[in-house]
Design a protein around this ligand. Structure first.
Ligand SMILES: NC(=O)c1ccc[n+]([C@@H]2O[C@H](COP(=O)([O-])OP(=O)(O)OC[C@H]3O[C@@H](n4cnc5c(N)ncnc54)[C@H](O)[C@@H]3O)[C@@H](O)[C@H]2O)c1
Length: 278
């Protein structure tokens, strides 16, 4: 079922006038998050991506808020610090940081080069920490702010042959919890959104293989793969005052996929086929 965006739904989050920084804003989920903030009445958006051209495409697609597009490599402390200075000078202090920029690369742990391990951790985990520090500083000074970090179902279910991906995402969940307890008294909330199967440029190559899209959809209780907007809706909620007492949490946005384990067990007399027409 498509998500309806009527006027009242757009006002509901109470995000009108907010200033948000989004990393990886040129990617699939990052772009949907930027569009969501624009619809919710964000006044300014800082769209950060290592690839400035894709962030600029996101800016072009957005109507409403003024946008600042910046080339920023979240794994590079100097790049993040420079971006934070420009955002504060040109847009003012951020109310919201969405840590979303991420990498996925194949690699078996048995032979994974250290450089590969470090590259993934550097973006997916250290990058989130660096952005939290730099964009969190003005939040700490003003005594308010919201951090939303995109992790993954892989934070709790190891994804084999993906190098440091699962480890990096598990680290994000704990980083967020630690920020939640260290910064809560300063009025800053920190929460995680963990997607499972989402069709974006990161995962597109999988879906181009014949039958993979159908097989993946069939594995999810809701019988569909997520679109980036499914993830963005939950990010908006956690960033918003509607989630004003939610801190240190992780919300799985997976269509129920992480709950199917017992359904995979052959159990004669209890099998789905024996109780439904399907
Ligand atoms: N697509 C999925 O199925 C899925 C599932 C679970 C979690 N996620 C997570 O969601 C987030 C967004 O992923 P997506 O699917 O939109 O991927 P994507 O590849 O479409 O977008 C990621 C964006 O991050 C940018 N980026 C990568 N490294 C960067 C760096 N060092 N500095 C700045 N920008 C950088 C890329 O240029 C890209 O625009 C990631 O953290 C990813 O791990 C995705």
């Amino acid at each position: 079922m498509a998500i309806a965006h009527d006027q009242r739904a757009e006002e509901w989050p109470g995000l009108s006038g907010c200033r948000a920084v989004i990393t990886g804003a040129g990617g699939g989920i990052g772009r949907a998050i930027a569009q969501g903030f624009a619809r919710a009445g964000a006044v300014t958006l800082a769209l950060l991506d290592r690839d400035e051209a894709v962030a600029a495409e996101t800016a072009k697609e957005i109507a409403g808020p003024s946008t600042l597009t910046l080339a920023c490599d979240v794994a590079d402390p100097a790049s993040v610090a420079a971006a934070a200075v420009r955002v504060e000078a040109e847009l003012g202090p951020a109310d919201v940081l969405v840590n979303n920029a991420g990498l996925l690369r194949p690699g078996p742990l048995a032979t994974l080069p250290l450089s590969e391990w470090n590259a993934l951790i550097g973006t997916n985990l250290t990058g989130y920490f660096l952005c939290a520090q730099e964009f969190g500083r003005p939040m700490l000074a003003r005594g308010r702010g919201a951090l939303v970090h995109i992790a993954s179902i892989a934070a709790s279910h190891p994804q084999g042959f993906s190098g440091a991906y699962s480890v990096s995402k598990a680290g994000v969940v704990m980083l967020s919890r630690q920020l939640a307890i260290e910064w809560g008294e300063s009025g800053i909330r920190s929460n995680v959104v963990s997607p499972a199967l989402v069709r974006t440029p990161m995962s597109e190559a999988f879906y181009r293989v014949p039958a993979v899209a159908e097989r993946r959809a069939a594995m999810v209780p809701l019988k569909r793969v997520a679109g980036p907007a499914d993830i963005a809706e939950v990010v908006l909620f956690l960033a918003s005052p509607r989630a004003g007492y939610v801190n240190g949490e992780e919300i799985l946005v997976d269509g129920g996929f992480s709950r199917v384990l017992m359904d995979l067990v052959p159990r004669p007399g209890f099998d789905r086929a024996e109780h439904t027409n399907r």
